[in-house]
Design a protein. Structure first.
Length: 193
């Protein structure tokens, strides 16, 4: 029995030794896996740090681009707004109810007087033809010349000057000119205006 017990002890020791070897290899595998996990964790932290820096740089440049674009657009629209105000101020629509004062611009006044005189000469030439027709159609044959008729054009700068204008101009309101008010207003109201 002693021999059987010795053999059993020998077999048991071999099994224990094999188990220890398995435990040691498993421990080594676990330690190497832990080292790998630590390096992966360190790499992940490093990658997260790189991602945070790259994200910050992208957000910073995005902010700079958006900010400069907004400033550029505000300058552009400010220029357009001041340009439209300038155009409205100096190229406002001509008011047909208001005369221009010619006293401030002498060159314009000279050109205007020259145009008025030319217009008066043209109109008198046309009136001379009308006078000749009147003389030709007159049955009495009185011997009158075209100069004897008092039918001449007398146009001068005072004809269009605001100071000699006696008519009172009334500017119609925006509502009076609207399409709907014209639809629902009697025609007689517009005939009297």
């Amino acid at each position: 029995m002693v021999g059987v017990v010795g053999m059993e002890d020998n077999g048991l020791q071999d099994q224990i030794k094999a188990m220890r070897d398995q435990v040691n290899t498993m421990r080594e595998n676990i330690e190497s896996a832990m080292k790998k996990a630590q390096s992966v964790k360190q790499n992940m932290e490093y990658d997260l740090f790189k991602f945070a820096i790259i994200g910050f740089v992208c957000v910073f440049f995005g902010f700079v681009i958006v900010d400069s674009t907004m400033k550029t657009l505000s300058v552009y629209f400010g220029i357009k707004k001041s340009e439209s105000r300038y155009n409205q101020q100096f190229t406002k629509p001509i008011d047909e109810y208001e005369y221009v004062n010619f006293e401030s611009d002498l060159n314009f006044k000279k050109e205007l007087v020259k145009g008025i005189n030319k217009s008066q000469d043209n109109q008198n030439a046309l009136l001379k033809n009308a006078k000749l027709e009147m003389i030709a159609s007159d049955d009495r044959k009185t011997g009158m010349t075209p100069e004897d008729y008092k039918l001449d054009a007398d146009i001068n700068i005072n004809s269009i000057d605001k100071t000699n204008d006696e008519y009172k101009y009334s500017v119609p309101s925006k509502h009076d000119k609207s399409f709907l008010s014209m639809l629902f207003t009697n025609n007689k109201a517009y005939e009297n205006a």
